[in-house]
Design a protein around this ligand. Sequence first.
Ligand code: FES
Ligand code: FES
Length: 174
Amino acid sequence: MPAPERYPLSLRINGRDHQMELEAWVTLLGLLRERLNLTGSKKGCDHGQCGACTVLVDGRRINSCMTLAVMQNGREITTIEGLAEGDKLHPVQQAFVDNDAFQCGYCTPGQICSAVGLIKEGNAKTAAEVRELMSGNVCRCGAYPQIRKAVCAAAGIEDDDNAVHAVVSGTVPA
Ligand code: FES
Ligand code: FES
């Protein structure tokens, strides 16, 4: 059986340039975890439903299980491994530590990358909007209140326990 065809791929990942040839069917998550040993991004559902695999592509959060690596040719990828600067945690990482925003930690890399993307988007102005706009990231341990507090702290948003159940206009309440 002939070897599968490979395609040239150039990515900048966590500040390092990578050139390689890759089969078309390899997802970005598969490339990160299985070929480059960047195992911080997690495979939860592998179907775009849990957010455990969230990474940043040119600063925008995406589910890396849902995109083929070759589709991201030329782009800049940031994973959880690329957020800290040396020993100094990224402010969102520090906020998760300060607010005890995890239990088993499986969802945490995706939660943090998603929160970094969310803050950059600038669309969340209230704790209720943080809750809604982070709803693509599932936490099976149910650490949601602490995650919301951490994201609000990192984003400079007041966290109001009473307000988080408010319905955000135009969305379906979670
Ligand atoms: S593993 Fe990608 S969304 Fe669940
Ligand atoms: S901390 Fe365990 S799944 Fe979120």
